[in-house]
Design a protein around this ligand. Structure first.
Ligand SMILES: NC(=O)c1ccc[n+]([C@@H]2O[C@H](COP(=O)([O-])OP(=O)(O)OC[C@H]3O[C@@H](n4cnc5c(N)ncnc54)[C@H](O)[C@@H]3O)[C@@H](O)[C@H]2O)c1
Length: 368
């Protein structure tokens, strides 16, 4: 299949893994990259041999050969860059979250549909070996009918390691918008769409101090809730409980567990591609670790846009699609709205469970 010509916008912290993996995945030909900070883009372009270098997203979008844009800017710029990319006739895959507001996220998805272009978004960890194995076990009935799920992401934020951590505490940040997409996308892939949510949210530390370099000592004023506890009613009837927090120093809770009528499934960290999958059925005396049935167990960031690239060429549906990322965005807002308003938030959007990946694929490819 003819490789899809790609432009990567944003050469910050997360970009290295995308540059590395897009070189390996057969469907990609990365021909352009851009960043507002010249040294960042110059260094990535020379390290990975990218021929066309730009110092803004807008300039890159004038390159007529770019078919698919991978947007690795920070959340406040996600929707704007996506809209400009679509305007320029490019398909676009964006890091999470899809947008800061529901309105902007919806505009991106509607605009892509109206132009006949594809939009997709992170995370793509649910396409990895761990969660694809869980999907297969659930679909084959190993735990019976799913009744409930728990999801816990607890930590103390990113200011101890990220060089520019401010955005994690501004609109579009916070633990729900930052880490929620991994957990919610995994749950929706496993259990289907969410119908309504309730939740409570708070800001526990209104000011945080950066301890990582080069900004150690700089204060951040926190603008978004940093501890969110939510309940999700799935359309299937399953009930989910989620906590995402940047306010907790230590916790020993599991990442995700799915409780079925005939057993329990322990799902690996949804921020990773592999990890142990464990099951304990009604008549088991202990947990059993299940073999991973699918490929992409290592850090495979980039298989989401690769899946889109195959969809561009073949016309099939892509998995980390706009409908799914918008449903996740609306759900994340739902927890915050429910907390503010003191009532359930009814989710307006829905989505289909993305098709499972084939178990066997040649290395560095996806299904055509
Ligand atoms: N850092 C991580 O570990 C991580 C992990 C997973 C996902 N993400 C997500 O990836 C995205 C980027 O995160 P990051 O940590 O790399 O941030 P970052 O701040 O390190 O990098 C963002 C880069 O985008 C560039 N940029 C912004 N607007 C631009 C424009 N108009 N044109 C060209 N370049 C532009 C910035 O100059 C910057 O270099 C975020 O949405 C984040 O949530 C980050």
């Amino acid at each position: 299949m003819k490789p899809v010509k790609v432009g990567i916008i944003g050469c910050g912290n997360i970009s290295s893994i995308y540059f590395k993996n897009t070189q390996k995945l057969e469907i990609f030909d990365v021909i352009a990259t851009a960043d507002l900070i010249p040294e960042r883009v110059d260094s990535k372009a020379s390290e990975y041999g990218i021929p066309n270098v730009y110092y803004s997203a807008r300039e890159l979008l004038t390159n007529p050969d770019v078919e698919l844009v991978i947007n690795l800017s920070t959340p406040p710029d996600h929707a704007g860059i996506c809209l400009e990319a679509l305007e320029a006739g490019k398909h676009v895959y964006v890091e999470k979250p899809l947008a800061v507001t529901r309105e902007a996220g919806k505009k991106v998805v509607d605009y892509a549909n109206s132009k006949g272009l594809l939009v997709g978004g992170a995370p793509d960890t649910f396409l990895g070996a761990g969660i694809q194995t869980c999907r297969k076990l659930i679909d084959e009935g190993w735990i019976g009918t799913p009744i409930a799920a728990t999801a816990f992401m607890m930590g103390h934020g990113h200011e101890s390691w990220h060089p520019d951590p401010e955005f994690y505490y501004k609109l579009g940040g916070g633990p729900m918008f930052d880490m929620g997409p991994y957990y919610l996308t995994a749950l929706i892939n496993l259990l289907g769409p969410i119908k309504r949510v309730s939740g409570s949210a708070r800001i526990s530390f209104p000011e945080r101090t950066i301890t990582s370099q080069p900004k150690a000592g700089t204060k951040i004023e926190v603008e978004v809730p940093t501890h969110i506890a939510g309940v999700m009613d799935f359309a299937s009837g399953a009930i989910g409980t989620i906590i995402t927090s940047f306010d907790v120093w230590a916790a020993r809770l599991p990442r995700i567990e799915i409780y079925g009528s005939e057993g329990t499934l322990s799902v690996p960290d949804p921020n990773k591609f592999g990890g142990p999958v464990r099951i304990r059925r009604a008549d088991d005396s202990d947990w059993k670790e299940m073999p991973l049935t699918h490929g992409y167990a290592n850090n495979s960031r980039g298989i989401g846009p690769a899946d889109m690239a195959y969809a561009i060429r073949s016309g099939r549906a892509h998995r980390a699609n706009g409908e799914l990322t918008y449903h996740v965005l609306e759900t994340m807002h739902g927890f915050h709205d429910a907390s503010r308003d003191g009532k359930y938030y009814e989710i307006q959007s829905t989505c289909s469970r993305p098709a499972p990946l084939p178990m066997v694929l040649p290395a560095n490819t996806l299904d055509e």
